[in-house]
Design a protein around this ligand. Structure first.
Ligand code: 13P
Ligand code: SF4
Length: 326
């Protein structure tokens, strides 16, 4: 949980957003990839799982979601009594748009024995057609928790592949991918290791299998933050979107962080600026709603995931060595 430190000098726009927050009785949630000036004024910064958990039972009248559409939809699914505003009206996730309900229904007919595990990077309508959701922080635990031996994993093939290396269950992988993480190559990682031979390599499970294989640990964005803080290493190579560098450097001023590739930029995450958030709050626009019939079914899949997390400790740091490289 990020509390606004008294020594933090706020800009005029940041002050404006905080005044609007008071006026609206709002809570501001920001994903770890958001711009530094947004992260600094958020009530909570986190990964998809932590942000979803925060939405459960919040008493705020308004949830301002600085992230992308599927995250704001999760807030609307979990908390229908709050008004949910998405920071930028066009902040989507191309990965979430890679599977349609029609295609999912066809795949379900093809694999009737398989449980459908949907990565949260999906639309509410897809979640409604799924048995359970998972995030990058709890995918292995969720797959282990379903009673079926076969799992239809949608829509990220790389996360699905990573999970398949950690379970004896059979995973059928839908061929979606994140255009940001899928760009990192094993060659880039090898070259970065030559430059920084002492560095510990931390990657997101949306990276390709050959990249994950060479990494020291494979972690959600918040798990990367916790891992780096606890590690005795001084230098890290990071395989996820560049926004994570801000909290990494802020929390570990004595350590060095380098990205594995210079292409790690998610244009959708970066659509949110302070100007945009202020305008959204002032005009109470970009309201995200989910039709009740879809919301109820999607909530069942999300609730099942949250129950797995309550039972286990999957939101905590994955053990060292979970990266296939170890
Ligand atoms: P995390 O849940 O690990 O923050 O990841 C979300 C995401 O969109 C990764 O690209
Ligand atoms: Fe979606 Fe990839 Fe951007 Fe994450 S980094 S929000 S998965 S496009």
């Amino acid at each position: 949980m990020v509390t606004i430190k008294p020594e933090l000098k706020l800009t005029r726009l940041q002050q404006k957003v905080l005044e609007l927050k008071k006026e609206l009785n709002a809570v501001i949630l920001a994903h770890n990839y958001q711009r530094p000036e947004i992260q600094d004024i958020a009530d909570l910064t986190g990964d998809s799982l932590e942000l979803a958990q925060k939405c459960v039972g919040t008493e705020a009248e308004v949830i301002v979601f600085c992230g992308v559409l599927f995250m704001a939809e999760m807030a609307a699914i979990l908390n229908p009594s709050s008004l949910v505003l998405l920071s930028h009206h066009e902040a989507g996730c191309p990965l979430a748009d890679k599977i349609t309900v029609k295609t999912l229904i066809q795949w379900k007919e093809k694999y009737p024995q398989a449980a459908v595990v949907a990565y949260v990077n999906t639309t509410a309508a897809i979640k409604a057609e799924s048995d359970i959701c998972c995030t990058s922080a709890n995918g292995v635990e969720v797959v282990e928790a379903v009673p079926n031996q076969e799992v239809l994993f949608i829509p990220d093939r790389n996360l699905g592949h990573y999970i398949s290396t950690k379970t004896s269950k059979k995973l059928i992988l839908y061929p979606g991918f994140c255009h940001v993480h899928d760009e990192i190559t094993a060659e880039e990682l090898r070259l970065a290791k030559i430059r920084y031979p002492q560095a510990e390599v931390l990657v997101h499970p949306e990276c390709r299998p050959e990249v994950v294989n060479l990494a020291d640990a494979t972690l959600s964005t918040s798990q990367i933050l916790r891992f780096a803080k606890q590690s005795t290493h001084g230098t890290f190579l990071i395989g996820t979107e560049e926004g994570i560098l801000y909290p990494l450097r802020k929390q570990n001023p004595e350590k060095e962080f380098h990205l594995l590739s210079d292409k790690l930029f998610c244009p959708d995450m970066k659509k949110t600026t302070l100007e945009v958030v202020a305008e959204t709050m002032e005009t109470r626009s970009n309201v995200v709603t989910v039709p009740e019939e879809i919301r109820i079914r999607a909530k069942q899949a999300v609730d099942k995931m949250l129950a797995v997390n309550l039972k286990g400790k999957s939101s905590s740091l994955m053990e060292e060595g979970q990266g296939a490289g170890k």
